[in-house]
Design a protein around this ligand. Structure first.
Ligand code: F6P
Length: 340
């Protein structure tokens, strides 16, 4: 098994579940270090009940992670050789949307026996209702909003909370709903600064002295004039060619302060949302995913990703895991009932 892409709480719970499931059937479990890089470089660690003992509550991944991309790195032959020479019967790749894409390509084009497990705090992977890591991130956002209420109220301030969510606003929407935010801005919908300023002003006119707006890092800064600006922390891109996001919170706070006249502050929650111990929900989901991934491997059902459908664990062909799963806009409609 390997963990690839950005980490998230619950990865160790998956590793533990696969290892224990394999041990129970007398199969040998091997950890591949740093994602697909470890497969190309044959960097392995033996895993058994003992080595995964005590890791359930740990955030991050004991196998480390990387964004190594075998196709782009010209390492496909090395990866295929690892399967043949090291007698790997199956590899379970635990990762985000990009890792699922690599896993699909290696399975379809090279015939490698691969299975996917979806992880991301962003909850934006197609083919599953929820990914583990998301619930933990939402809890972090909710707690932050709870804390910000008291300080915002004491100072009659407008607080803008920037949360993660590159392509989809799941964390902003769920975190905002759970924390009782007064405005939620997500990448899927260009909410204008004027709309937000009007809502904040209405709220303050009704006697409230503070407001809390949650904005996803991938949201745009939109104006009633029709102008839509993308705010980025820098022009740099990461290894996937993704832009480095960040800064929308501060930009929005500046606009809202100017439009409403209320003093504004920005809080960027950043990687705090990805760290620390997983919630009970994420530990259980990750454990169920790990157990199901092992079952798929044992049954030789390769080229599939484990998934959650309602309350049932299922699986989908990796070929169907394409694009981004965006938020349920009906839920945003409900959240809006609580805005001024
Ligand atoms: O995909 C998860 C995520 O946390 C995104 O929300 C965010 O844009 C990105 O990872 C940040 O990645 P990095 O660790 O490279 O800063």
């Amino acid at each position: 098994m390997l963990t690839a892409g950005g980490d998230c709480p619950g990865l160790n719970a998956v590793i533990r579940a696969i290892t224990r499931s394999a041990a129970a059937r007398g199969d040998e479990a091997v950890g591949i270090m740093r994602g697909y890089r470890g497969l190309a470089e044959r960097d392995y660690v033996d895993l058994d009940a003992r080595s995964v003992s005590g890791i359930l509550p740990l955030g991050g991944t004991i196998l480390r992670t990387s964004s190594f991309e075998p196709v782009a790195e010209g390492a496909v032959d090395r990866v295929a050789a690892a399967f043949a020479e090291d007698r790997l019967d199956a590899v379970i790749a635990i990762g985000g949307e990009h890792t699922m894409e690599i896993t699909r390509m290696l399975h379809e084009d090279e015939g490698l026996p691969l299975i996917g497990v979806p992880k991301t705090i962003d909850n934006d992977i197609v083919g599953t209702d929820f990914t583990f890591g998301f619930d933990t991130a939402v809890h972090v956002v909710m707690e932050a909003i709870d804390r910000l209420h008291t300080t915002a109220q004491s100072h009659d301030r407008l607080m803008v909370v920037e949360v993660m969510g590159r392509n989809a606003g799941w964390i902003a929407l769920y975190g905002g709903l759970a924390g009782g935010a007064d405005g939620i801005v997500i990448p899927e919908v260009d909410t204008t600064c004027e709309e937000l300023a009007a809502a904040v002003t209405r709220r303050h006119d009704r006697g409230k002295s503070f407001s809390i707006i949650v904005v996803a890092e991938g949201a745009n800064l939109a104006f009633a004039s029709g102008e839509v600006r993308q705010v980025r922390v820098s022009e740099e891109t990461d290894e996937y060619g993704y832009e480095r996001l960040g800064g929308i919170g501060a930009a929005l706070a500046t606009e809202l302060e100017a439009m409403t006249g209320y003093e504004a502050r920005t809080v960027v929650l950043g990687h705090v949302q990805r760290g620390g111990t997983p919630t009970a929900h994420d530990r259980i989901l990750a454990t169920r995913y790990g157990a199901a991934a092992y079952e798929l491997a044992a049954a030789g059902r390769f080229g599939r990703m484990v998934s959650l459908r309602g309350s049932e664990i299922d699986s989908v062909p990796l070929s169907e895991v394409r694009g981004i799963k965006t938020v349920d806009l009906d839920l945003l409609g409900i959240a809006k009932r609580f805005f001024a």
